[in-house]
Design a protein around this ligand. Structure first.
Ligand code: IMP
Length: 179
């Protein structure tokens, strides 16, 4: 599939669907190799991670619990406000669980840094982090996810769960958005 077939002149494919799917399988193997084959509590950060989370939990196999955290740090534009707010808390306690925080993208790092501390405060057995995308050119906090799908340049991307003003989440690929 290409940006042309999508028919939107503002987007250009950066990572095609097949590469994402192959990398998700590799990430799942990496994560199982680290955490083992016991239960994992996957915690998806809404809304951007929902498609990645759906593919990743199926690739992980074995016992997996799915939780979500609602977070808002962007307000419709292409730049972070730097303020992280939890809009939807976990439904169940995670005390004693091996947790995997599932993020769509790490940009400034503020969200992942905040959420890692937030989860550690709930006394899990461990917290690992995975981000499909890493945009290291724009960090404000020194943080790297334990597992990263793709490192990308400092451009605004959409698709595979990532949005611009709530649109584009349903694209099966990652695309650069240029106004
Ligand atoms: P951070 O706190 O700046 O690391 O931003 C994390 C959140 O910002 C991600 O979970 C995304 O929801 C959003 N974000 C950052 N960069 C992009 C982008 O290029 N496209 C869409 N959303 C983005």
């Amino acid at each position: 599939m290409s940006a042309i077939s999508h028919g939107d002149p503002n987007i250009r494919v950066l990572i095609p669907e097949e590469r994402i799917q192959a990398r998700v399988q590799e990430l799942a193997s990496e994560i199982r190799a680290e955490i083992g084959h016991g239960p994992i509590t996957c915690i998806g950060v809404l809304k951007g991670s929902f498609i990645f989370m759906a593919d990743l939990v199926r690739a992980l196999g074995g016992p997996v619990r799915c939780e979500f955290l609602g977070v808002s740090s962007y307000h419709g534009g292409t730049r972070s406000t730097g303020v992280v707010r939890i809009s939807e808390d976990l439904r169940h306690p995670i005390e004693g669980h091996h947790c995997l925080l599932v993020e769509d993208i790490v940009d400034t790092g503020l969200t992942m840094d905040y959420l890692r501390h937030f989860l550690e405060g709930r006394k899990p057995a461990s917290v690992r982090t995975v981000a499909l995308l890493d945009k290291p050119g724009h960090r404000e906090v020194e943080i790297t996810a334990d597992h990263v799908g793709f490192t990308i340049p400092d451009e605004f991307v959409v698709g595979y769960g990532l949005d611009l003003g709530e649109l584009y989440r349903n694209l099966p690929f990652i695309a650069v958005y240029t106004p």
